[in-house]
Design a protein around this ligand. Structure first.
Ligand SMILES: [Zn+2]
Ligand SMILES: [Zn+2]
Length: 433
């Protein structure tokens, strides 16, 4: 069998892993590379539509795989493998962001949560229309391989590690993973199961190697920290969690409950919680059905609130009673501050939502300008969605594969501390295993 790594090699994100035997194969994840954002293209300068997808293939944004794309224009050195499916470990854009380039005839396997987030991103115009999505719960057979999902915990719901049965033994791919979220048992069960399977290959993330000391608070610890700030100020709490990260939204909701405040969210949060509720998520149901939960309604006659209409609240109601609310406000609704008029005891807690400071300096500056306009202090109270270095090493040692393949890290060599079987990968090469 051959395995090729297109992106995610000595970089964080962009994972695209091709596994094939005798010309039949599949791909694990198909994400956007943060590292080439704003290199050749950006929000203003895009590919030439009539050449799509070749401009992106030639600039290493997409891999040169024959038959993979919606449109086919031959390129040099194409890889000729019949791709029978693409499996998406979770819905972060560095794993799913280029899904809309994949040919409609190729099945796209993902969890029902990942599909919910994908639909949310399509709604927001971040991803174009996608066809042939299959909910991935049962094993899928592709040639001599069987592919299975193993649920894990990450800072977005519905993530899984992937198990691949091959004639030479099992391959496990961790996807992105952490052990300090609300469901550590999922990630721990995965490690135990992989260990017991005596795997041939482990493809593991190594995101936090080289990050130095960054704490990994649990949701409960984050809650305590936010509350401790709030206890000093007693004014309006404005939170900014990442829209699909329901565990963090729940943290802000719990703060509202604890402090006897009303919980208000802008429409994007309400929409994604509704999608989660429709696939049976009990926390989404709890938040949405609470009589003290409200949806923020901007003074915009064109906004359609559909079934949220009865639960809406306007800026004026919040503005006149600021210490009675916890408001989660997505970045694109930041100008609503002009109507909310936060008072000087208000606080802004940036907790994983856009803009991502390390990747988006321009919008981070804009956010800071808005907060300065109202003299609202900015607090970054957040916890990474990835295991810290010592836990990455523990996981690799515990699973103890015959071959260890690090990806989604800038320092793959770091795994050599705990394993003599690390193979350092190069981008775009098909290796024989
Ligand atoms: Zn990632
Ligand atoms: Zn992720």
């Amino acid at each position: 069998m051959r395995i090729g790594f297109f992106d995610g090699v000595r970089e964080i994100g962009g994972n695209k892993i091709l596994i094939e035997e005798n010309g039949e194969g599949f791909i694990l994840d198909f994400g956007k590379r943060f590292s080439v954002n704003n290199t050749y293209f950006n929000d203003y300068l895009g590919e030439r539509e009539w050449k799509s997808p070749n401009d992106y293939i030639k600039t290493s944004i997409l891999p040169p795989i024959k038959g993979l794309y919606k449109r086919e224009i031959p390129v040099e050195n194409e890889i000729d493998v019949n791709i029978r499916g693409v499996f998406f470990s979770h819905a972060h854009l560095d794993h799913i962001g280029l899904i809309d380039y994949i040919n409609d005839s190729i099945p796209k396997y993902m969890s029902s949560y990942t599909k919910a987030v994908l639909d949310h991103f399509i709604d927001r115009g971040l991803i174009k229309e996608v066809k042939n999505v299959q909910i991935f719960e049962e094993p899928v057979k592709i040639g001599s391989f069987t592919v299975k999902p193993i649920p894990t915990d990450h800072d977005i719901p519905g993530s899984f590690a992937t198990e691949v049965d091959t004639p030479k033994g099992k391959i496990f791919y961790t996807g992105d993973i952490y052990f300090h979220g609300r469901y550590p048992e999922k990630s721990l069960n995965f490690v135990k199961y992989a260990h017991d399977s005596k795997p041939y290959i482990l493809i593991t993330e190594g995101t936090r190697f080289g990050w130095g000391f960054i704490a990994s608070p649990t949701e409960d610890e984050l809650k305590k920290e936010i509350v401790s700030v709030l206890n000093q100020t007693q004014g309006l709490l404005i939170g900014n969690p990442y829209e699909p990260h329901i565990s963090r939204i729940l943290t802000f909701y719990e703060i509202a409950k604890e402090k006897g405040r009303k919980f208000v969210m802008t429409l994007p949060y309400a929409k994604i919680l509704k999608r989660y509720k429709l696939i049976g998520d009990e926390n989404a149901e709890k938040i949405l059905s609470d009589p003290d939960t409200f949806i923020y309604k901007p003074d915009n006659p064109n906004l359609n609130f559909e079934d949220f209409e009865e639960k809406t609240i306007d800026a004026n109601s919040i503005s006149t009673d600021q210490n009675k609310f916890v408001l989660i406000l997505d970045f694109l609704n930041t100008p609503e501050l002009l109507d909310i008029k936060p008072q000087k005891n208000a606080i802004y807690v940036h907790s994983g939502g856009e803009p991502l400071a390390s990747l988006d300096a321009e919008n981070t500056k804009i956010l800071s300008n808005w907060l300065n306009m109202f003299s609202v202090p900015y607090f970054r109270i957040h916890s990474p969605g990835h295991a810290p270095q010592q836990e990455l090493l523990w996981m690799a040692k515990e699973i103890n594969p015959q071959i260890l393949l690090p990806i989604h890290t800038q320092i793959p060599e770091r795994f050599e501390i705990v394993s003599n079987n690390v193979k350092i990968l190069e981008r775009g090469i098909l290796y024989d295993f």
